[in-house]
Write a protein that binds this ligand. Sequence first.
Ligand SMILES: [Zn+2]
Ligand SMILES: [Zn+2]
Length: 304
Amino acid sequence: MHRDRETMWPASANVLAIKDSDGISLVDVGCGHEDTYLRLKEFLRSNGFEITDVHTVVLTHAHPDHMGAMGFLLEEIKPRVFLHPVEIPLAADPSRLNHTFGMDIPFRYGLVNMPREQADIIEYFRGLCPMASARATHELRPGEELHLGDYTFLIVETPGHANGLVSLFEAEKGLLFSADAVGEVVAWYAPDSGGLTAFLEALDRLAVLPAKILIPSHGGISRRPGEEIARTKNYLLRREEKIIGLLQQGPIPFRELMRSLFKNPLLHVFPGPQILQCHLDKLAMEGKVLCGGAREDFLVQLMS
Ligand SMILES: [Zn+2]
Ligand SMILES: [Zn+2]
């Protein structure tokens, strides 16, 4: 595994290289910074391979930190590219990510003053972790098997952070490549990337797999997959408890609730409002909260 030095999102995702008699398969390719791509090439070279030996690229989802380097890679090679069907149009035209990242939400609650069209997530990532587009040649179908070298992976759908996020499970050695579903940092989630309910269900799906080794996209390898999955789930549930706790003092406007939950102002356009929206969607569906009003006056309160 090629582990990136940074761990703070949107740092480049880890890249998994699997060799076989024909060459190399990569699972994700990392950010679209040239130095990130050069480090990937260095890593391959230090293992006796060149980028031209890569015949297959599996993308866990169409986010910049996982597939930005496709721009450089596709200039040099034409590999098979695997993606979950719902991620295929996003990878082909990344401007569609504005929808799955929920960029309309801060505008809905009057959290931003800039013109709507200026809030472009691809622009936002340009300096941090540039995105590229890529056309898939093959689909990753949940429940099916994926053969890479000597390994047979079960394709497990794990939406929440991305609608078509996939984790890969190899039963023989108990390897679980969890992508962004489980890792050192709990990934952000938005209503149009699956939402909180789907995220929690995905974690339950991973928890029942007999995994022995967890390989996340962000962070290091863990030999306690069960604990890592449970820690992620608890983190999400604790956030829900915190929201309920804040609401116990009475009705609170969305923007105030969001600011109490996320102290760092850098998170107040993304992903703070999107994450809070996911929790409110879940709590409203369960009949626990009541929401209503427009923009700044949008109030959230507990059902009595
Ligand atoms: Zn991601
Ligand atoms: Zn990621």
